[in-house]
Write a protein that binds this ligand. Structure first.
Ligand code: DGL
Length: 229
């Protein structure tokens, strides 16, 4: 009997559960391990060295579980250290990027919401620069991921409009997996489609594990799930 493939899914907290849910829907034959670093979340305002130390602990655990692949279900961690992690660990590490590409393929005026580390990264700058015909409003939200973490884990109140910039885009990219919990509310707030990288990341995992064709051919994890508003 063949043992199931094993995949570790990592996030600073609860955001990556959105990715895990799609993994379980799309690839139910795989065995998953979820590591949410709730004790240290959010990562958005922490120093890179600190984040690398935290993520290393998770990857060590995944290594000891002999995973076939790991997903960084966190845009922030991908932006900060995906490359270093890939050099260090023997299993494939799949990252997540803000879904800029799918948004830019159908929208002209795109708002990108993400953590400060994500928007300040070279990787993100390159991604946005690849679409000169699209106007991007890039907005770093230093506190929203932490508030969502507290809201979901401890039931604290969250006033979304306190965090969202006042503008009228024709598409919004959710560049942090925590924001996906509020995709309907964000879509309603801006009255436009919302994009995230979940299905692209899981398609990538499927290709890495099974060599199946991805349903959309784009970069690492930057596909979209249109909002159902
Ligand atoms: N879910 C993480 C992301 O996608 C949140 C980062 C944080 O902890 O600030 O960026």
């Amino acid at each position: 009997m063949r043992l199931p493939m094993r995949v570790g899914v990592f996030d600073s907290g609860v955001g990556g559960l959105n990715v895990l849910a799609q993994c379980m829907r799309q690839l139910p034959e795989v065995q998953y391990y979820y590591y949410g670093d709730n004790a240290n979340a959010p990562y958005g305002l922490r120093q890179k060295e600190e984040v690398v130390r935290f993520v290393d602990r998770a990857m060590e655990q995944f290594a000891s579980l002999h995973v076939d692949a790991a997903i960084l279900a966190c845009n922030t961690v991908t932006a900060l250290c995906a490359r270093e992690l890939r050099e260090k660990y023997p299993f494939p590490i799949i990252g997540m990027e803000p879904a800029v590409r799918p948004a830019a393929s159908v929208c002209r005026d795109v708002l990108v919401l993400a953590t400060p580390h994500t928007v300040q990264s070279e990787r993100f700058r390159r991604l946005v620069n690849a679409f000169p015909n699209c106007r991007f409003t890039v907005y770093a939200l230093p506190r929203l991921a932490g508030e969502i973490e507290r809201c979901l884990a401890r039931g604290t109140m969250l006033t979304l409009s306190d965090h969202l910039p006042d503008c009228s885009p024709d598409g919004v990219v959710l560049g942090c997996t925590h924001y996906i919990y509020f995709r309907r509310e964000i879509a309603r707030f801006y009255a436009c489609p919302v994009f995230d990288g979940v299905s692209g990341t899981v398609n990538r995992l499927e290709r890495v594990l099974f060599g199946r064709a991805e349903t959309e051919q784009t970069g690492i994890g930057d596909h979209h799930c249109p909002a159902t508003n």
